[in-house]
Design a binder for this molecule. Structure first.
Ligand code: GMT
Length: 372
């Protein structure tokens, strides 16, 4: 099949999932065309069957707001027509679903039929989408989609609760490549960050307020009062300055390291003893799944789709949003006993293997085939 993938090319979860999906489809022999405004960060170097079409918006003095969605729609028309695509798969409803709707309508006038699939990722529904200034367009573009998928049962329900949707929604969970997360613990790397007797706790995100990283700092303060530990924060974003100030306030700066944005997180996960994700909202939590695939137990909030990934009492523990006492209690329980780290870690990897790409890719392929 010839598949057009529209995505945000950044470190955000939806972009990562869309890029990894495209790479896997290409490996299986499909022709994949990424259509977005810059090279997707996870795309890496040249790969067979993969093509990239850049959407660049010219800046005219008249425009206070350059019309990205219109330029994207025109680009979709162009690529579908000239590359002979079979379908468009758009990740993140805003503005990709409405751009795909526009492109499909234009192409219909030209006698070309192109279905579009919209994959909902989370904030396009739970945060941004709920903004009344987007609502009617989102509802329309979702309802018009030839197929709609959501990355968790929880997100599917949120979508039905928040919008007037009369279209079906298939849940196709996010995935992981297990073989990429089976790295052996590199002791030299580990010793760069921690002494042998210290536990390593890690977190990966885009440092937005919805991640509630303050809670991680509070939990870390409590657990590091009880045992030697280091906290590794991977990623970057708007909360960074405030978090650094918070670290100073809590007196944990010497034990906290900011590693910045990493393209490949498998190494740092391989040296972690515990992963934390304490979000206010989280439709799925790909970073938690990647930690689990690395055999790392997870302490998370129980919001959104997180309990569908991090199974309470098995791969780690889930707590109510903001309940830092409960999170700290659970983290200490796991970290105090190396046997617990191993037991929860092994189960985490086992659960993650249920989300291996080999299980999820055929579901997408089947959906594509049903539409073309
Ligand atoms: O989590 C973010 O802030 C990024 C966001 C995105 O849109 O890229 O991630 C969302 O999509 C990911 C991939 O499906 C999910 O794993 C994340 O849980 C989801 N984020 C939220 O729901 C907050």
């Amino acid at each position: 099949m010839k598949i057009g993938i529209v995505l945000y090319p950044t470190f955000g979860g939806s972009g990562v999932v869309a890029t990894e999906l495209g790479k896997e489809l290409a490996l299986k022999g499909h022709e994949v065309h990424f259509i977005t405004y810059s090279l997707p960060v996870r795309l890496g170097s040249f790969k067979a069957n993969i093509f990239y079409h850049e959407v660049s918006v010219n800046d005219y003095p008249l425009f206070d707001y350059p019309p990205y969605e219109l330029v994207l729609s025109s680009k979709l028309v162009d690529v579908v027509e000239h590359e002979g695509l079979d379908l468009l798969h758009v990740h993140y409803a805003i503005p990709h679903a409405s751009a795909a709707y526009m492109a499909r309508s234009i192409l219909k006038k030209k006698g070309i039929k192109i279905p579009y699939i919209t994959t909902l990722h989370g904030t396009d529904i739970t945060l941004v989408g709920k903004d009344p200034s987007f609502e009617s367009v989102i509802t329309f573009a979702i309802n018009e989609s030839d197929a709609v998928t959501a990355v968790s049962e929880s997100l599917k329900q949120d979508t039905y609760d928040s919008f007037k949707i009369d279209n079906g929604i298939d849940v196709i969970p996010n995935f992981v490549r297990m073989d990429r997360y089976n790295k052996k613990k590199d002791m030299d790397l580990r010793r760069r960050y921690a002494e042998d007797n210290e536990r390593i706790i890690s977190h990966i995100s885009n440092f937005r307020p919805v991640k509630r990283i303050d809670d991680i700092l509070h939990v870390f303060k409590k657990l590091s009062d009880e045992m030697p530990a280091k906290l590794l924060l991977i990623g970057d974003g708007p909360e960074r300055y405030r978090l650094e100030a918070k670290c100073r306030e809590l007196g944990i700066c010497g034990k906290t390291k900011y590693l910045g944005k990493l393209r490949d997180t498998s190494q740092v996960l391989s040296i972690s003893d515990l992963f934390m994700l304490t979000s206010e909202k989280e439709s799925f939590g790909v970073s938690a799944l990647e930690a689990m695939a690395s055999g790392v137990p997870v302490i998370s909030s129980n919001t959104g789709g997180l309990p569908e990934v991090n199974i309470h009492g098995e791969s780690g523990f889930t707590s109510n949003v903001g309940d830092v006492d409960d999170m700290a209690k659970n983290a200490i329980y796991i970290l105090k006993d190396p046997k617990n780290i191993e037991k929860f870690g092994n189960r985490a990897r086992e659960i993650a293997s249920g989300f291996d790409i080999s299980k999820i890719l055929p579901i997408y392929e089947k959906l594509y085939e049903s539409l073309i």
